[in-house]
Structure formats: C-alpha cells, structure tokens
Design a binder for this molecule. Structure first.
Ligand SMILES: C[S@@+](CC[C@H](N)C(=O)[O-])C[C@H]1O[C@@H](n2cnc3c(N)ncnc32)[C@H](O)[C@@H]1O
Length: 353
C-alpha cells in the first residue's frame, strides 16, 4: 500500500457517492426534528404514554398542536428510527431514546446539546463566511447569559458520572476526597459540576473559577440554591490568573482545555499546576484532535473533529495528543492516565511531581 493510500483510508464509501451528501442533509433535518421534539415536549408525552405509545391525534390534542403537523412529525421520527410503531397507529420511543431525549439527568441525554446546536450553533455557522473573510472571532463568553446556561445544561448529564464514578476510579483520589480534599474546578461555567462533586464527596471543598461573567453569576445563584453551598466558592479569574498556590488535591477541567485560548493555554496549565499540592492531580475530560490525516477518518475522533469545526470562530483549538503532552511537560505534570470515554472524550489524569 502506498503512503498516500495509507493516509487516505476510504471514508465509509456508500454505494453511490451522492448518498453520503443526502445522509448529511438528512442529519441536518433530523437534528431540527429532535430539537423541536424536546422543546415542545413531544418526546416527553410519547414517553409518558408508555409501551403502547401515543397516537399523533392524541399527542396533538394533549399539547394543543396542529394534528396534521404532529402526524407528519411522528411519521418522520419513525423514518429516522427515533420512534417505533405502537398499537393501532400509535408511536412510541425507540430503544434508548428516553435516555437520549427525555431523561435530562442521564449522561447520554442530548437535549441541551440539541438545543444549543439549533439555536446558537446555527447562528454561528451562518456567520462563518463573514468570519472566514475577517479572521475575527465570536468567543464563548460573547454569546450571552442564556448560552452559558445552555452549555451548562448540555454537560449536566456527564457531571454526575464524572463526580462520583470517574473521580472515584482514579487510584488514590477517593481517599483524598473522603478526607476533606480541596478541589479546584477550572472553567466551572454555571457550577453544575462543583455541586455534584460536593454532593458526591460530603467532606470535600471546592473552588470554581471562570473567565465568563455570565457563568460566574449563574454559578453563584445555583450554588446558593443547592444543599452544599457552605463548601463551595466561585471566583472570577482576573489578569493575575487563578491566584492560588499549592492548595488543591485535585483540579478538574471538564470540557475546558480546548476552550482556553491557545495563546495563553501553557500559562493557564502552569497556573493550575501551581495551585496544586505536590502529588495533587489534574483531571481532564476533553476532546483530542487527530494528529494526522488517517485520524481525521477514524470514527473515534468524530466528536473532536466536529467540535473543532463548530467552535472554530470561538477561537478554540482542540489540542492533539502531542499538544496535551507538551502542556503537561511544561507545567511539571506527569501523565498517569489516558483513556477513551464513550468514543467521544479523552480522560486524562496528570500528577504534580
Ligand atoms: C464548555 S464550558 C464547560 C463548563 C463546565 N466545566 C461544564 O462542565 O459545564 C468551558 C468553560 O471554560 C471557561 N474558560 C475558558 N477559558 C478559561 C480560562 N482561561 N480560565 C478559566 N475558565 C476558562 C469558559 O468561560 C467556559 O465557562
């Protein structure tokens, strides 16, 4: 096999090359179909009807919607395999769709992600030609208050799993957290993860830091309304950085490393390492960008490639494994765990020497 063939494995060749493009068109419509089904409680009502399902007429009547439109929405959902046929013309949810589209506390739930994609993602993508010409950026923090909340909702399902199961599975970490460990949540957003960490580890204390004023305000409100407010503090990152020295047993970055401006990323990771105690750990859950052309067609990088394109005008650069390794080395951190999570994320643990 030639070097060119090795670098260009076929991208799942369909029977007819045009089919691929029609599949992408179908994906565009399916995303809108699902997002409106979430927004208008269509999936919720079908789920509540149980295994026998709900007829389009009953669904429309219950939600006071146009019967013909709801009928076509149901038939389209059946075509996509999101809905299945129930009894007597009724439709029910296909396998796993309750987790993905109804139950917002399930880590597989896509409701927040679908909503953010349809609302903010569409607006961003529509303005790409303008930004491609100007080279400008429309950063995460410039999207506004509601956007920061939507992002927090999109990541919420993962917070429960990360806080208890994933952190508890890191050798040596559970003991530290049970003994009253101090946690730094870097890029805490609206504070959902900090709250879950404090609930999962009743002796742990957590400081959340972020550069997004909308996130900070919402985090403060969410923490005040939680049952763990006495163990949580939120701070805005100022020009002097995080401003803690040798204090934390654990720093967490959930969907944050790729969001940090790459011009300052080495300084931020060094700053995070400085805030850790010797032996303290940095836990990262984030995308890893493929390092070569073969990786761009490897399905395990699907989410990373998609994120890089979606977030291009936010000024985000999704780091490759080589970039992650260099960031750790420059900050005096030693990588101890690297693991694929759900074919979407990389879990990384790096320890301060
Ligand atoms: C995708 S959000 C994730 C928020 C949160 N970790 C979660 O799981 O919902 C990325 C967050 O990183 C924050 N961020 C970006 N650069 C940062 C920096 N230099 N220091 C602290 N936070 C930063 C953003 O403002 C945003 O709130």
């Amino acid at each position: 096999m030639s070097a060119t063939e090795q670098a260009n494995p076929p991208a799942d060749p369909p029977a007819n090359p045009m089919d691929k493009l029609w599949d992408y068109m179908k994906g565009f419509h399916a995303v809108h179909h699902m997002a409106m089904g979430v927004e208008m409680d269509l999936f919720k009502k079908i789920h509540e009807a149980g295994n026998d399902g709900c007829s389009p007429a009953k669904l429309a009547a219950g939600l006071e919607l146009h019967p013909l439109y709801v009928d076509v929405w149901c038939r389209t959902g059946y075509h996509y395999g999101i809905l299945e046929a129930g009894e007597n013309g009724a439709f029910c949810l296909a396998e796993m769709m309750d987790a993905a589209l109804v139950n917002t506390s399930d880590p597989r739930n896509l409701a927040g992600y679908l909503r953010a994609t349809v609302s903010y993602g569409s607006d961003d993508l529509r303005s790409y030609p303008e930004y491609f010409r100007s080279g400008g950026a429309h950063r995460f923090q410039e999207h506004g208050e509601e956007f920061s909340r939507h992002v927090g909702d999109a990541t919420a399902g993962f917070h429960t799993v990360l806080a208890k199961r994933m952190l508890g599975g890191v050798p040596g970490l559970a003991d530290k957290l049970e003994a009253g460990g101090k946690v730094l949540d870097v890029g805490c957003g609206i504070g959902g993860l900090m709250i879950k960490v404090a609930q999962a580890w009743p002796n742990a204390h957590c400081v959340g830091v972020d550069i997004d004023p909308f996130g900070i305000n919402q985090a403060q409100a969410n923490i005040a309304a939680s049952d763990v407010a006495d163990r949580l503090v939120v701070e805005a990152v100022g020009p002097d950085g995080i401003g803690h020295d040798g204090e934390f047993d654990l720093a967490i970055m959930m969907e944050v490393l790729h969001e940090i401006d790459d011009g300052i990323r080495p300084d931020v990771v060094r700053d995070v390492a400085k805030s850790l105690k010797p032996g303290g750990m940095l836990f990262i859950l984030d995308e890893t960008y493929p390092s070569d052309l073969a990786g761009l067609r490897d399905p395990s990088y699907n989410f990373a490639v998609q994120t890089q394109f979606n977030e291009l005008i936010w000024g985000n650069i999704v780091p490759t494994i080589e970039m992650q390794t260099e960031l750790f080395a420059n900050a005096g951190l030693v990588e101890t765990i690297r693991q694929d999570v759900g074919g979407m994320f990389t879990m990384l643990v790096a320890t301060k020497e």
